[in-house]
Design a protein around this ligand. Sequence first.
Ligand SMILES: N[C@@H](CCC(=O)N[C@@H](CS)C(=O)NCC(=O)O)C(=O)O
Length: 224
Amino acid sequence: MPASDITLYTAATMNGWKPLVFLEEAAIPYTLAAVDFGARSHKTPEFLALNPNGKIPVLVDHSNDDFAVFESGAMLWYLAEKYGRFLSEDAKLRSETLQWLMLQMGGVGPMMGQTMFFRRFAPDAGQASDSALTRFTSESRRLFEVLNTRLMGRDWLAGDAYSIADMAMFPWVRCHSWAGVSIDGLDALADWIVRIDARPAVQRALQLPAPAPRFLAEYELEAC
Ligand SMILES: N[C@@H](CCC(=O)N[C@@H](CS)C(=O)NCC(=O)O)C(=O)O
């Protein structure tokens, strides 16, 4: 029998931290399976059987017939429903939370991911593009302005409680300086980063899994 109901395959990345934050916040016992990108274990047939997309994070719920969940947004939603935490039962608040979660998954994550690629990786890979960097940086900044406006006069993205929407958004926004996306003048967003960063469970999650993948160290992600 597995030591805990949940096994989480993950790495120290923006998407990889999201379910770690939930599990640490809710104090759910879990088995951490650190994925080493260098070893390409996330491209093996065994891993692809869990996530055909070959990416982390992936969660396996042993208490539910070893049900596998991929896509970090779907994973946060699954965990919220399973444990009854961080997602309101109220229909409107629940929808509001999922709207901000989807904005992270469909907007902030992809835009920030491309910004990071074109700023940090493309030049070394011979794929530098000034127009792509400009486009993704300005779209990320525009999305940050949307978040800032939303957070004016409120502590959290949805309703009046910390939720899976905040958990999903935080790792990406936190790394704004590494991505080269300014948050100058976005005071409500800056305060929200500090508010979440101060949570002990978040700090625990951000240390996992250790050691960080080599590429993060090479690119000084600790500066983010
Ligand atoms: N939309 C997916 C994105 C997953 C993703 O891009 N994972 C990255 C790390 S953040 C990964 O596994 N990269 C390794 C690779 O593509 O080989 C999610 O939110 O789970």
